[in-house]
Design a protein around this ligand. Structure first.
Ligand code: CTP
Length: 399
């Protein structure tokens, strides 16, 4: 979906410029061509050579480079891309954008471009909070520029607060959303994935078996159709897909809070293997072996049902899809589960050990909807994800 797209990437002068190198790798990995522009200050933090090597293209640096102008004028350069990304966007670059200044190549391109612009600000917290920067920010937002970040946290200068550039994965996700032209463009879809971990004490936990592979594949397939995906994941063994907003959680209660915080959404796919119970008497300190040889007794409390809470809540997405992991009577159990939990569809699968589905690459599912049960042939989890994403896209088209 991203292959064939081109980004004009302006790298400003901030310590966060080193993170922009990872962004280039993510973009290139997704088949996006990158035309890099390095400001004079940017070149103090990363070298033109490393940028050129990663982008696989010439780095543009100077407005008055005669060779550059002969090959491709700066006006033409400002139009080559589908999206202009400024990362890091320094206070100075934001000020130039807000004021319409054009005194170097980067600011001239930003003034001359007719393509959408996404900026990732990065600066010291005091500079970020200064009324002048906030005025400039309000101006660029009013001009239609998209802004991602900054994040809060410890800064390279030792101070703490908002000002850190958004992580490359988050900028990449924003780029994907901005470039996407699939049928789910502009739609927000929430996906839960992976197991939850319920602590017994600070070093031990109970969990469901789940690699997170199916949920990850679904999030990627929805992203490929252009959806803006929030991916709420427990500690899974497969990494989350690039180009989605990742929210990492540990317990079922954390997952419910993250799901509620991500609303509203047009659709939700709850693929997580949530632990039904947590340990009610979890130890604050590590439980020690008792000299009497007596094993500790764990007491359990029921976890909230995230799918049921979402399906019956006031902020319910138009389409809610649950999963059912069963080991027998798949269709009957899953049909009852759909009604009990109040979701629209249930993706049911037989997870008996002999099927090899849990942790495996394939899945054989039955889609339970108000229309009945639809048996899908056994196929790769990626194919299941694509088919499901297409069905979701079709179902919410007119909602
Ligand atoms: N689920 C949830 N919150 C829970 C338990 C499950 O949101 N506390 C969701 C899962 O993400 C999945 C669906 O409910 O989408 C069904 O999960 P499953 O484990 O099959 O069902 P259970 O509710 O655990 O029912 P049972 O144990 O009776 O099979």
């Amino acid at each position: 979906m991203l292959a064939g797209k081109r980004i004009l990437l302006i790298i400003g002068g901030g310590i966060a410029a080193y993170k922009t190198l990872s962004l280039i790798r993510l973009l290139k990995g997704a088949g996006v061509a990158v035309t890099p522009v390095l400001t004079r200050a940017g070149a103090e933090f990363v070298t033109p050579l490393s940028v050129a090597a990663l982008a696989g293209e010439k780095v543009h640096t100077d407005l008055f480079d005669l060779t550059d102008e002969a090959e491709m004028g700066h006006i033409q350069l400002s139009r080559v891309a589908d999206l202009v990304v400024v990362a890091p966007a320094t206070a100075d670059l934001l000020a130039k954008m807000a004021g319409g200044r054009a005194d170097d190549l980067a600011s001239t391109l930003l003034l001359a471009t007719d393509t959408p612009v996404l900026v990732a600000p990065a600066m010291n917290v005091r500079m970020w909070e200064h009324p002048a920067t906030q005025r400039n920010l309000a101006q660029v937002l009013a001009d239609g520029v998209q802004v991602i970040g900054p994040d809060a946290g410890e800064m390279a200068c030792g101070e703490f607060g908002p000002g850190r550039m958004a992580e490359p994965e988050a900028i990449f996700a924003a780029v994907v959303a901005a470039l996407s032209d699939g049928p789910l463009k502009g739609r927000h879809v929430l996906v839960t994935s992976g197991p939850t971990h319920e602590p017994i004490d600070p070093v031990r936990y109970i969990a469901n078996r789940s690699s997170g592979a199916q949920g990850t594949a679904i999030a990627a397939a929805l992203r490929d159709l252009g959806a803006d995906v929030t991916f709420v994941t427990g500690p899974a063994s497969v990494p989350p897909p690039a180009g989605v907003r990742v929210v990492r959680v540990e317990t079922a209660r954390d997952m419910l809070a993250a799901v509620e915080a991500a609303l509203p959404a047009d659709a939700a796919v709850m693929a997580a293997a949530v632990a039904d119970w947590r340990v009610a008497n979890a130890g604050v300190q590590k439980m020690k072996k008792d000299s009497s040889g007596k094993a500790p007794a764990l007491e359990f409390a029921e976890n909230p049902d995230i799918l049921a809470t979402l399906s019956k809540g006031a902020n319910r997405p138009a389409l809610v899809v649950g999963f059912a992991a069963e080991t027998e009577n798949v269709v009957n159990h899953a049909t009852a589960k759909r009604l009990r939990k109040g979701c629209d569809w249930i993706v049911a699968n037989d997870v008996s050990p002999e099927t090899g589905i849990m942790g495996g690459a394939e899945n054989a599912i039955v889609l339970i909807s108000p229309e009945g049960a639809e048996h899908w042939p056994r196929m790769g989890k990626d194919m299941v994800a694509k088919k499901l994403a297409d069905r979701i896209s079709e179902a919410i088209k007119n909602r």
